[in-house]
Design a protein around this ligand. Structure first.
Ligand code: NDP
Length: 420
């Protein structure tokens, strides 16, 4: 269904929820939870963690009409940082006009490891384990039969020697789950047979968050016309974005900030969908360093026709079941809003979000600079921080826009002035 989102950003949260309800994007049960600010009831929170006192709320927003592999998604974003949602929405709009994103999920498996020490003859141990590969994969599957019944299970194993350790690696198709607990259960079951085969002793058996068997690529192509700004021609914007991409490859100080901007979007949807954002963050940054120098996760080039071509590649071992996803009502709402994509589709959507977020940030940086947009949002935050009412806020923001320095003291003084 085609939805006209014009004016959505100007509405109140209640009006926005009403629109989602009218468009059939929100079932009554979730609408009631969101409308009553109950995305995480305290009783549920108390089951999720320990020593629970309360819950910490964050803004829960929507990025409309994200076109990925020919399908349009309404994307839930949980973030407290101003301008992230606006930037993603802007990029979604212009990339949609260019045909949207194409994604490729290279594989969807999780890797775990058993670290062995005191192995006398590592070469012989490797041969002995590989000779029993079929039996070991079967043993792995017997440790978690339900994943085999669901079409997944252990797919590969290999060994590597690093310093004093012989490391056994196992790759498992975890289907719709992220699979951390699944991997840990399977690996622990393999410790005894692996110790017996290698003569070594296990120091630990655990999932790895460097998910190189869950890597996703998203790609988009934009014509110069779409990138025209009021002051800069699209062709020049493209050249400057390509240069900015080269700069981020050359300098890790820039690459870090470049990737942080990408994670602004990725974390927002990962958190909304109840996935483990620490796992995604840890994996993404190490993946960015695999060449030996910390690199940007995206690349922007110009094709022969003069179009801007963007790609992003990173590991995204996200799930649609398991962990807190099935118990957190806010996370369930996120999956409902997205139309219940599979884990593979969700990874493609998340990679595309990262690419869109990066386009918005780099485009702003190489044209107007980001402060212009940020200053208005900072003025709003300052206004709220010093207690401006709904009526006072726009007036105070206009005064702050003309102030030489934006800080709480200035905001307070201007608000007092306004109230006189
Ligand atoms: P769970 O332990 O919740 O396991 C997934 C569950 O989903 C299983 O019980 C499985 O049921 C069920 N399930 C239902 N349908 C499917 C399906 N189609 N495909 C696969 N599973 C299905 O979660 P994970 O193993 O995914 O672990 C994720 C959690 O682990 C996260 O909360 C994460 O924070 C945490 N964690 C992360 C670590 C890390 O990143 N290093 C370490 C330890 C924990 P059934 O058993 O019947 O098959």
């Amino acid at each position: 269904m085609k939805i006209n989102w014009t004016g959505f950003s100007k509405k109140t949260p209640a009006e926005r929820l009403q629109i989602l309800k009218e468009k059939g994007l929100l079932q009554d049960e979730h609408w009631q939870l969101l409308d009553s600010q109950q995305t995480l009831p305290l009783e549920t929170a108390n089951q999720m963690s320990e020593n629970v006192l309360a819950t910490l709320a964050l803004p829960y927003s929507l990025v409309p009409d994200f076109l990925v592999d020919g399908k349009t998604y309404q994307v839930p974003f949980v973030t407290e940082e101003p301008s992230v949602v606006a930037a993603a929405s802007f990029a979604a709009k212009i990339i949609k006009r260019s045909g949207g994103f194409e994604t490729e999920v290279h594989k969807r498996q999780m890797i775990g490891q058993i670290a062995l020490y005191q192995v006398d003859n590592a070469d012989q141990a490797i041969k002995d384990v590989l000779r029993k590969k079929k039996e070991l994969l079967e043993q792995a599957n017997q440790a978690y039969p339900s994943i085999v019944a669901r079409g997944g299970g252990a797919r590969d194993l290999w060994l590597e020697q690093k310093d004093d350790f012989l490391i056994f690696y196992l790759s498992v198709d975890t289907q719709e789950a992220m699979g951390a607990n699944m991997l840990n259960t399977i690996l622990e079951a393999l410790v005894s047979p692996i110790e017996a085969l290698t003569g070594g002793e296990s120091i630990m058996a655990i999932l790895s968050n460097l998910a190189t068997n869950s890597v996703v690529t998203a790609r988009c192509v934009l014509s110069p016309r779409i990138l025209d700004t009021r002051t800069t021609k699209g062709e020049d914007v493209i050249d400057r974005i390509v240069l900015a991409s080269e700069f981020s490859k050359a300098d890790p100080y820039r690459a870090t900030t470049h990737n942080k901007g990408i994670m602004n979007g990725i974390d927002s949807i990962v958190i909304a969908t109840g996935n483990d954002w620490r796992a995604i963050e840890a994996g993404a940054h190490v993946f960015a360093s695999l060449s030996g120098q910390y690199q940007p996760l995206t690349s922007w080039t110009k094709d022969e026709a003069g179009n801007l071509v963007g790609t992003i590649t990173l590991p995204l071992p996200v799930g649609t079941v398991g962990g807190s996803i099935s118990i957190h009502p806010g996370a369930q709402f996120a999956h409902e809003l997205l139309g219940h994509p599979s884990a593979i589709e969700l990874a493609g959507i998340i990679a595309s979000i990262g690419l869109a977020q990066n386009l918005a940030a780099v485009r702003a940086l190489v044209t107007d600079g980001i402060q212009k947009g940020h200053m208005r949002l900072q003025a709003k935050s300052l206004g709220l921080a010093v207690g401006a009412t709904e009526e006072e806020l726009p007036l105070l923001m206009n005064l702050l826009a003309k102030a030489p320095h934006l800080n709480q003291e200035t905001a307070k003084a201007l608000l007092e002035e306004l109230r006189k």
